[in-house]
Design a protein around this ligand. Structure first.
Ligand code: AMP
Length: 229
């Protein structure tokens, strides 16, 4: 089973993917996290990636597709070795038409296909408010919000005492750039998957738990033809 979570930046894809991956035994494939890990390794590729991410631009398709291809190959090997993982949960990929085509090709080569695409729909003003207030721990990745859920001590992570910062790409100019790119490059993919009958939209302007149960219900319906018990 291969599920894609779609939605603009700030729609809660990452939060939902982190919860749903273990719950559904799906491997989370989050390209943004993969790029941030490469940046943290301080490799020469990481230095190039940092400049792209800080601007809020997209990483070139060829590079993005090749890391996803390798990641899926590893997942399939693990599954063949008896690992208890049933498929993948894509978070932040595909973001362009070329990436959607590449994903179809990679999966088709394995005799598989995208099972279901879930769009987490959130009004634009709520997205901007969420993104501009987002603060993250540089050590463990815990996410806070400057107004609605700040850390107990300003700038210090409640979970690991690491430093809590605002990501460069959550600053106003980068947010505007990222949302514009979403509209231009990523939103058209919704039509691509809708035309294949794979797309379901869920209301993302609700509690994390409510959005999570809606997504689980959609995935269950798609895979078994039945809603939750
Ligand atoms: P995210 O954490 O998903 O918001 O991704 C952070 C940044 O990583 C994005 O603003 C892009 O610069 C880059 N990125 C993540 N996924 C992709 C992708 N599928 N294609 C191109 N760039 C990506």
């Amino acid at each position: 089973m291969h599920v894609i979570l779609m939605g603009a930046q700030g729609s809660g894809k990452g939060t939902q993917a982190a919860l749903l991956g273990p719950e559904l035994k799906l491997e989370r494939i989050a390209t943004g996290d993969m790029f941030r890990a490469e940046i943290a390794s301080a490799s020469s590729l990481g230095v190039e990636l940092k400049a792209i991410l800080d601007r809020g631009d997209l990483v070139p398709d060829d590079l993005t597709n090749s890391i996803v291809r390798r990641r899926i190959a590893t997942l399939i090997e693990r599954r063949a070795d008896g690992d208890d993982v049933t498929g993948s949960l894509f978070d932040g990929f595909p973001r362009t038409d070329a990436q959607a085509q590449a994903l179809d090709t990679i999966l088709a080569e394995l005799g598989e296909a995208v099972t279901s695409v879930v769009e987490i729909d959130v009004p634009r003003d709520v997205l901007i408010q969420r993104l501009s207030g987002r603060r993250v721990c540089v050590e463990c990745g815990a996410v806070f919000h400057a107004e609605s859920s700040p850390p107990s001590v300003n700038g210090v992570c409640d979970r690991c005492s690491g430093e809590v910062i605002q990501r460069d790409d959550d600053k106003p100019e980068a947010i505007a750039r990222r949302l514009a790119l979403y509209d231009q490059q990523t939103a058209p993919l919704l039509d691509y998957y809708d035309a294949q009958g794979k797309l379901t939209k869920v209301d993302g302007d609700r509690s994390i738990e409510a959005v999570q149960s809606s997504i689980i219900a959609v995935i269950q319906l798609r895979t078994t033809g039945q809603g939750p018990a």
